[in-house]
Design a protein around this ligand. Structure first.
Ligand code: NDP
Ligand code: MG
Length: 329
């Protein structure tokens, strides 16, 4: 199924202009969304927990943060921009009672709704506006006059205008300058969770580490291994982003292209594809999310161990040295 790509021309910005948006959480997405919305003329409130580590950042940006329930009670649209695994606790611990009748509740990722961690009242609109990139990029692109691609979806449409609200919200974030895709909570959530494990944040760094280890174990200088296996990933990503995979092939040397052809299928073979299907299965049957929530409840032992493993990998020391060199120049 192909989705039409919507842009600013398809958006009625008045669906959000006279509205008050409460941004709950001032982290990666919270800060970027709050600033973009404010610059788009939307009235923005920030809701934080008592003693929040983000309070100063919000004040420095010219906001006067409120308690989460107070911000939520004053808003037409309440955007939950705290980590996915804490959203349900905050919702059940006060936000659900605080939000106005008929309010819109928005998410940047569909996890809490799709897996039923939050079961919202029937009078609320439930929307998804998921910019496809980190908060820093969302803000930087907006300031540059461009935008990030965004997905929108509606899980509950009590008012009859939930889609228009989601579109206008995405437009105010700058996504309408790049393109907005209509999706569903299921599609956005499952595809995102699959990609995190099966392609991007897990696999590509692991490939970099494995390639680095292979060269260093064979006696190559760590600096050479670092440049070959890590920094060139940026060149690759930029080329693929600009031209597609076939277009990237045209831009590299014949030797590199022949090497690419020879390497095809050797690392990502049938076994890797079968494993990807298993990963998707675990996302779809809820077992991945159960593991995530159990780790969160236990204080993140698995997440912390994985952070420590990554920090201890020898590529990190080289990377830090090379970054310091680069930043001097
Ligand atoms: P962050 O981890 O950056 O959120 C941090 C904010 O959440 C801080 O203000 C923090 O407050 C607050 N917070 C954390 N834990 C609690 C808690 N237990 N109680 C109250 N407040 C808490 O989140 P992200 O911006 O990364 O993610 C937010 C949402 O956006 C998620 O749904 C995520 O999937 C989605 N998303 C994120 C992207 C990204 O750029 N990272 C990209 C696209 C979607 P304090 O300072 O007090 O700790
Ligand atoms: Mg994600």
């Amino acid at each position: 199924m192909t989705n039409p790509i919507l842009t600013d021309a398809d958006i009625d910005p008045s669906a959000i202009h006279d509205k008050t948006v409460a941004i709950i959480g001032y982290g990666n997405q919270g800060r970027a969304q709050a600033l973009n919305l404010r610059d788009s003329g939307v009235n923005v409130l920030i809701g934080l927990r008592p003693g929040s580590a983000s309070e100063q950042a919000a004040r420095d940006d010219g906001f006067a943060p409120l308690a989460m329930t107070e911000a939520a009670a004053r808003a037409d649209i309440v955007m939950l921009l705290v980590p996915d695994e804490v959203q349900a606790d905050l919702w059940n611990g006060g936000l659900a009672d605080a939000v106005r009748g008929g309010a819109t509740i928005g998410f940047a990722h569909g996890l809490a709704i799709h897996y039923g961690l939050i079961a919202p009242r029937a009078d609320l609109d439930i929307i998804l506006v998921a910019p496809k990139g980190p908060g820093k990029a969302l803000r930087a692109d907006f300031e540059r006059g461009s935008g990030l691609i965004g997905l929108i979806a509606v899980a509950q449409d009590a008012s009859g205008s939930a889609r228009a609200t989601a579109l206008a919200y995405a437009g105010a974030l700058g996504c309408g300058r790049a393109g907005i895709l209509e999706s569903s909570f299921q599609e956005e959530t499952e595809a995102d969770l699959f990609n995190e494990q099966g392609v991007l944040w897990g696999v590509i760094p692991e490939l970099i580490e494995a390639g680095f280890d292979t060269l260093v174990d064979a006696g190559f200088a760590p600096e050479i291994a670092y440049f070959e296996c890590l920094t060139e990933v940026k060149l690759l990503a930029d080329l693929i982003y600009e031209r597609g995979i076939a277009g990237m092939r045209v831009a590299i040397s014949n030797t590199a292209e022949f090497g690419a052809a020879e390497g095809n299928g050797r690392i990502v073979g049938d076994a890797a594809r079968a494993e990807m299907k298993r990963i998707l299965g675990e996302v779809q049957d809820g077992s991945f999310v159960n593991k995530l929530m159990a780790d969160a409840r236990a204080g993140y032992p698995a997440l912390k161990a994985s952070r420590q493993r990554a920090a201890a990998h020898p590529v990190e020391a080289v990377a830090a040295r090379m970054r310091a060199l680069r930043d001097q120049n």
